[in-house]
Design a protein around this ligand. Structure first.
Ligand SMILES: [Mg+2]
Length: 234
């Protein structure tokens, strides 16, 4: 019985690991621990919304190479605090440190995630991750949420020295997995990052949890409503 794919590649954040839920829970911990309610004089939802807004902007700058990792980490906090008239660099740096400590201890995964990974490993698919997240953080997320053992190669942009959507990180990943693009598929949530990069590297693609619809330029092989649908394809 021939399988359509030899190797499967996954993104982690927002694809398997429910980043939104986990990040919100982490921020809630910070909000209580550092008395941000008192200091910023705002409710949690507003605080979270403001952080989310600035985080998106700073991540985009980081991805484009305008700022480094350290700057991304504390400046997203600092910029959030500024919106509440708190120009407190020390507090921003403390928040950044605690956020990075707490976040990878959170364990929410998307529905069907473990069921899918178990199904695929029973079918003997070698599975790998390609992530733009930070090495140490991603390793901890995988371990704490109990899915680390499913993956053979964990390719981070930190390790590859380049980020998705650059074709080089996909080529690096294919090389590390010991395969070529033809019989592989990339599962991910970001059109301009996971889908575009994998398409350019010559891989098939499965688009999950889409924040935006496919475009004429970026057409994933499959669009998934939920992770469970992959069990029908693979
Ligand atoms: Mg993602």
């Amino acid at each position: 019985m021939g399988k359509k794919y030899d190797h499967l590649f996954f993104d982690l954040d927002h694809t398997l690991w429910d980043f939104e839920t986990n990040s919100r829970a982490t921020l809630m911990d910070l909000y209580k621990e550092l008395d941000l309610e008192g200091k910023a004089n705002t409710n949690f939802d507003h605080f979270h919304h403001t952080y989310h807004h600035h985080n998106t902007i700073y991540w985009d700058r980081f991805r484009k190479g305008y700022i480094n990792r350290e700057e991304l980490r504390w400046k997203r906090m600092w910029r959030t605090l500024v919106d509440f008239n708190l120009s407190d660099e020390a507090l921003a740096k403390a928040m950044s440190e605690r956020y990075l400590e707490i976040l990878p201890t959170k364990t929410s995964l998307f529905p069907h995630c473990k069921e899918l990974l178990t199904y695929l490993s029973e079918k003997s698919y070698p599975m790998h991750l390609i992530t733009n997240g930070f090495e140490k953080t991603q390793q901890l997320k995988l371990k704490n949420s109990g899915i680390d053992h499913y993956f053979k190669e964990i390719i981070t942009s930190e390790q590859a020295g380049i980020m998705k959507p650059h074709a080089a990180i996909f080529e690096y990943a294919l090389n590390k997995a010991g395969t070529t693009a033809e019989k592989t598929i990339m599962v991910g949530d970001t059109l301009e990052v996971d889908m575009l990069g994998a398409i350019n590297a010559g891989m098939d693609t499965a688009y999950f949890n889409p924040a935006e619809p496919p475009t004429a330029k970026i057409r994933p092989t499959y669009v998934l409503e939920n992770l469970g649908e992959l069990m029908r394809i693979l």
